[in-house]
Design a protein around this ligand. Structure first.
Ligand code: 13P
Ligand code: SF4
Length: 352
């Protein structure tokens, strides 16, 4: 539906009142009505770097989800305030690994005698606490666009990797891009004693995958791929690496959101694409490339509900609060967590 013209006007006015003081970041999965006001758009890796590169902005308004705003707070200066327009914009995947569960897992690895040779690699989609755990244990953060480089780095530091919290990104990268076998991977289930694994299994594994997944990408199935191939003959299937292993294996191409955007921009006119990632992005890409046929991989999968929490009314409310000098919804990571989380984030930014 078209945006309320009154709200569009208020967003414009508040942004104009703030001028250089505010910088608005928009993740690719955000609604069109929000993306319209973003100074930059990007995937989580690009936005983390963009936030760090804006020291003159007093306010960073992060249109994305909570873990992204936390990362922006960690990477920006003390003076800058990071604002999340709706505090309910969390991420179900990030919530699947809590600090207590991960500490318990590390105890399990210690008891099995493998903690000393294990390097934690945590996906950007995790809380600041998990990033701090990663930094404390000499690990790195990764995103979907640098997961392979992060894993290569980690395997040069130790024998094993504990990959948090997205089992699919970890497995897809290790097996499909780095030549590890499925048998090299085990899944640690935080809801079972000992993760549901024996010490022997932990000792034999190269990749210890946390049992987490994305509630949007995890819904694409092998049937989604088979059905779209029938429905759209000659279609190229392009999916995000947060999809299940069998989906990525059956697809023609896999890549992060930035990769998906680039591939579709470069695709020849008349080519056909079924895209398995968040619906706001797929719709926007279909609109941007009317010369190509771009469809959503599975019509029964819907938007990321937490990404969609950020809407124009929330953005207007946040911008007006800043323009009035009464900021709402500041995301602030405590100093100790920030210190260790920053080590892991900086390690990611330093990856070759
Ligand atoms: P990227 O932006 O890194 O591709 O991650 C996808 C995602 O699920 C963000 O929540
Ligand atoms: Fe989290 Fe998935 Fe939504 Fe991204 S798309 S914010 S990983 S639930």
């Amino acid at each position: 539906a078209p945006s309320d013209p009154g709200l569009v006007e208020r967003a414009r006015a508040a942004k104009a009142r703030l001028g250089e003081k505010v910088f608005i970041l928009g993740h690719h999965y955000q609604r069109d009505e929000v993306i319209e006001f973003a100074d930059v758009t990007g995937d989580s890796f690009k936005l983390a770097r963009d936030a760090a590169a804006r020291p003159e902005a007093e306010y960073i308004v992060f249109c994305g989800v909570h873990f992204m705003a936390e990362s922006a707070d960690i990477l920006t200066s003390e003076r800058q305030q990071v604002i999340l327009p709706d505090l309910a914009a969390g991420c179900s995947m990030a919530d699947m690994a809590t600090a207590e569960q991960v500490a318990e897992c590390w105890d399990v690895l210690t008891d099995a005698g493998v903690a000393g040779t294990t390097v934690p690699v945590s996906y950007m989609n995790s809380s600041a606490d998990i990033k701090a755990f990663t930094g404390r244990h000499g690990g790195t953060i990764c995103t979907s666009s640098n997961a392979r480089r992060a894993l290569e780095w980690a395997f040069a530091q130790g024998e094993k990797v504990l990959f948090l919290p997205d089992q699919h990104l970890g497995r897809n990268t290790a097996v499909l891009e780095m030549g590890l076998s499925l048998e090299d991977c085990v899944v640690y289930n935080p809801h079972k004693p000992g993760g549901g694994l024996t010490p022997e299994q932990l000792r034999a594994a190269k990749m210890i995958l946390w049992r987490g997944h994305c509630s949007v990408h995890g819904r694409f199935t092998l049937d989604s791929v088979n059905e779209v191939r029938e429905r759209v003959p000659g279609v190229n299937v392009l999916v995000h690496p947060e999809c299940r292993h069998e989906v990525v294996e059956a697809a023609d191409f896999v890549g992060s959101t930035e990769h998906i955007i680039k591939r579709l921009a470069e695709a020849p006119a008349g080519s056909k694409w079924a895209v398995g990632t968040e619906l706001n992005l797929v719709r926007r890409l279909a609109k941007a490339h009317p010369d190509k046929e771009i469809v959503f991989l599975d019509r029964t999968v819907c938007f990321c509900s937490t990404m969609n929490r950020i809407d124009l009314p929330h953005l207007v409310w946040a911008l007006e609060s800043l323009a009035d000098g009464k900021p709402v919804n500041r995301i602030q990571v405590d100093a100790e967590t920030e210190h260790y989380a920053k080590l892991a984030l900086e390690q990611m930014l330093a990856l070759p």
